[in-house]
Write a protein that binds this ligand. Sequence first.
Ligand SMILES: [Zn+2]
Length: 343
Amino acid sequence: MSAYVAIGESAPGDQVPESIDGVNPFGAQGEWLRCALHTHSTVSDGTLAPEHLVLAYEEQGFDVVAITDHWRLAQVPSTQRVLTIPAAELGWDIEHPHYPRQSAEFLVYGIDHIPDDPGGDRANWYTNPAENYEVRTFPDLTAGVSWAQTMGAVVYVAHPYWTQLPLDDLLTQQGFAGIEVFNGSCHEETGRGDSSVWWDALLASGRRAFGIGTDDQHYPLFELGTGWTMVRAAERSQEAVLDALRDGMAYFSHGPEIHHIEVVEGAVEVACSSARSVLLQSEEELGLAITVGRGGRRQGKILSTDSSGLITSVRFDLSFAPSRYRRVTVVDANGRRAWSNPL
Ligand SMILES: [Zn+2]
């Protein structure tokens, strides 16, 4: 946990892993759009009608809303400020079912219809009239992704920690852009909102997978705005947002902001809102931390702080062994996090 392997210090038999192609939205042209990418309306089990839901997000400063009702497509026009993206929360039969789970969910963005018969096991389909939702399934996630790709739609796996999605049921599937690493509703309700363990498993296996953060809102006063994704889109259009989601041009948060990340020769520099800790994370023991306060590690240089001594920019020298990926996590004084995609 504490030590890291210095460059040139790899153990006998170690193979230098091939790195995942990273992304850095902070240097890209375009604009930052605050996106709600997992939210429910009265079209399924949410409590606000689609038009009211979009207005609620508008009041909270969001730019993009993708309503993801269960197996139903909420059609709601964009407003002057908020761009809406047709989306849904669908599912697939998992290969290793476990109580109470026979299927798992994915989020799909940029669709024009919901399939009547997605081809999964009908024993796993059900309707819940009391809560106004239904569940159908694709036979596997790869089949769901193939269906989505016929429309140019983009797929992210929903809340794998909350679902307790068996890793084999994720690692064997193809074509999805990434996973919902943070889900505010799961975090508030059961403390199972942070799925970064699943993300690291994908990345450490060599899979190029991106993350999003969401609130999975059903009850606005309880959940709305408890997680979000900042997308760096070439322009404020559906096509540009879908391209950015497909390519990982985003970071996501339930508190802090990441202002800038720059990968310079042999180093990574991060500028952020006031933070107690900034982490450069990779597989296993590879990684660096800069933390202020009691017990804080300083495996890099603090470039600036705010008036209370919290970090606002840091520099990590890449002093650890070659790794498959590197990603940044910023932790604020309340323990809330913001995550970059792999750099
Ligand atoms: Zn949901």
